[in-house]
Design a protein around this ligand. Structure first.
Ligand SMILES: [Zn+2]
Length: 140
């Protein structure tokens, strides 16, 4: 996800539009060119957008890996319901039934998380929200 650079922003203080570097907005350091109101709230919204985008990409990545392993395809609606990695475990168990033992599903989901994060993950990470597992740097 990329923001337009410079990014048009309507000041919450004076209502005038101006263009700002997205990097400064996301760093929460921009102030309105007209009235000097802090544009921090705009930057926070942009951060939230980046963070949910990063979480979404991570989830898609894991879905593709798990689809390869279990042959179960997750629809967009299914992915909407998946908020933490352990939701993948439930989802696969529900679909695969007795074919997949719970241990296999746990370890495959953990392996997919580890590969997607490109760092080690442990079993407690399965209960952490994707937004928290895939945080966005403060200064992208
Ligand atoms: Zn202003």
């Amino acid at each position: 996800m990329r923001f337009v650079d410079p990014c048009p922003v309507v000041c919450p203080g004076c209502g005038k539009e101006s263009r700002y570097p997205p990097r400064e907005l996301v760093a929460l350091s921009s102030i309105c060119h007209h009235c000097s109101t802090s544009l921090e709230s705009v930057g926070r919204e942009m951060r939230a957008g980046l963070s949910s985008w990063s979480a979404h990409l991570a989830k898609m990545n894991m879905a593709v890996e798990l689809e390869r392993v279990f042959g179960i395809e997750a629809s967009d609606a299914d992915l909407e319901q998946i908020k933490v990695p352990v939701d993948f475990v439930r989802f696969i168990r529900n679909r695969a039934g007795v074919a997949a033992s719970s241990k296999d599903v746990d370890s495959e989901v953990l392996a997919a998380l580890t590969r997607t994060r490109q760092t080690t993950a442990n079993i407690s990470d399965l209960k952490v929200a994707f937004e928290a597992l895939f945080p966005v740097a403060e200064h992208p």
